[in-house]
Design a protein around this ligand. Structure first.
Ligand SMILES: [Zn+2]
Length: 93
């Protein structure tokens, strides 16, 4: 599987480190909703289809990326720097 790093170009997946699910949101830190915290800490969805994930180009430029990958085919739909994607999310809030 090749991941097109926006900085370095297409590189083998062995140069990257999976950093986790990019769709999870943390409950409010002051929340006492036990179910929300339990779901956040222990429950992981296993989606079939396009999924947003954090990856780091640890064997290259070390950039943190958000990769949209189809979990059934490993086709990469989109790659963006995580910082840029997080800034866009902050602007929308
Ligand atoms: Zn890179």
């Amino acid at each position: 599987m090749l991941i097109p790093c926006p900085h370095c170009g297409p590189r083998e997946v062995s140069e990257f480190s999976y950093q986790g699910d990019a769709t999870r949101t943390c409950p409010e830190l002051t929340s006492t909703d036990v179910k929300a915290w339990y779901d956040y800490v222990y429950n992981r969805p296993n989606p079939a289809g396009p999924h947003r994930e954090y990856w780091q180009h640890s064997g290259g430029c070390r950039a943190h990326l958000i990769v949209t990958r189809d979990t059934r085919t490993h086709e990469i739909h989109d790659v963006a720097f995580a910082r840029a994607a997080l800034n866009r999310a902050g602007e929308q809030a």
